[in-house]
Write a protein that binds this ligand. Structure first.
Ligand SMILES: Nc1ncnc2c1ncn2[C@@H]1O[C@H](COP(=O)(O)OP(=O)(O)OP(=O)(O)O)[C@@H](O)[C@H]1O
Ligand SMILES: [Mg+2]
Length: 293
């Protein structure tokens, strides 16, 4: 009794939390986005903290191009993705999509335009089929199979005891990390939103799984605006632009070759992580792009 009272109080405290992000009374519906995102002098501070997580960030994300966000832990990479999703509003400045301030759009129509693949895939205690259809509830069985095929998931699904009707267990624990990620990719393939946000896994998977995820992501990303928190060299190298963040600021932006030639902060990150001089002649593509400054 005592324990369930304590647990119930905890749940009610969450339910009673005031909602800070609300639709404006005259919020517009965003229809099929071109995938253009603009950060205009965005400064953002999390409630209850004393430093800005982002300061004066100005970014022009062009439709159909891919961007890799790199930088040390705490640099503000995840915060950028959270602001694109409008999980928070900027403290000052504006985030726009196709020229519309996010604060003037309905949250539902905004999020319908965004596919999200994160490190922590959220799978429900339900069948594989129902976990994929969550990406677009009106999808047909054929759509689900096609999405699973494009996500390189169809084969491992057919190898499960009840195929698409296999229950994945709480948070997908009956599947490997790589399989869970491919289900998340299948979900995003099904949703087919023009903007794709990707928070790449830092944990190393076996190289076969890694290769399949890489291929699945390539199929998914084709023709979309992609903003990826990139930890793998292959993702960084295949992006159109690399955005280097440091302490909440955009420090450098350019292609890999441009940034290396500038011999700046990016070069130091790259040398530290992938190009460690004579004893490591070939940078290992599986290595993580993670530097503690
Ligand atoms: N929910 C939160 N509440 C308060 N402060 C936060 C919150 N999330 C992040 N921060 C702070 O905001 C800053 C930017 O964090 P952010 O998560 O964007 O960094 P990151 O670049 O994604 O780092 P990592 O590579 O470790 O994921 C950090 O100083 C962090 O401590
Ligand atoms: Mg992060």
């Amino acid at each position: 009794m005592q324990r369930s009272i304590a647990a119930t109080e905890g749940i009610f405290a969450i339910l009673d939390t005031p909602v800070t992000i609300q639709d404006a009374p005259d919020a517009k519906t965003l229809q099929s986005s071109q995938g253009r995102i603009d950060f205009e002098n965005v400064t953002f501070r999390y409630a209850g903290t004393s430093i800005d997580a982002l300061s004066h960030v100005t970014l022009k994300i062009e439709p159909g191009k891919s961007y890799a966000l790199v930088g040390a832990s705490g640099a503000g990479k995840s915060t950028i993705l959270s602001l694109i999703l409008r999980l928070y509003d900027p403290t000052s400045g504006a985030v726009r999509i196709d020229g519309n301030d996010l604060r003037g759009l309905t949250q539902q129509s905004l999020r319908e335009q965004i596919g999200l693949v994160t490190q922590e895939t959220f799978l429900f205690h339900d069948t594989i089929y129902n976990n994929i259809i969550f990406g677009r509830l009106d999808a047909t069985r054929e759509d689900i199979y096609r999405a699973a095929q494009m996500a390189y998931a169809h084969e491992f699904i057919l190898a499960q005891p009840k195929k698409y009707d296999t229950t994945v267990g709480d948070k997908g624990m009956l599947l490997s990390g790589g399989q869970q990620q491919r289900l998340a990719i299948a979900r995003a393939v099904l949703k087919n939103a023009p903007i794709l946000l990707l928070d790449e896994a830092t944990s190393a998977l076996d190289s076969e799984s890694e290769k399949q995820i890489q291929m699945a992501l390539q199929t998914l990303a084709a023709g979309k605006t992609v903003v990826a928190i990139a930890h793998r060299l292959s993702t960084i190298l295949s992006s159109d632009q690399i955005i280097v963040m440091e302490n909440g600021r955009v420090k450098e932006i350019g292609t890999h070759a441009e940034l290396l030639a500038q011999s700046g902060y990016y070069r130091r990150l790259y040398d530290l992580q992938f190009n460690r001089g004579a004893e490591h002649k070939d940078p290992e593509p599986e290595e993580l792009f993670e530097v503690v400054s």
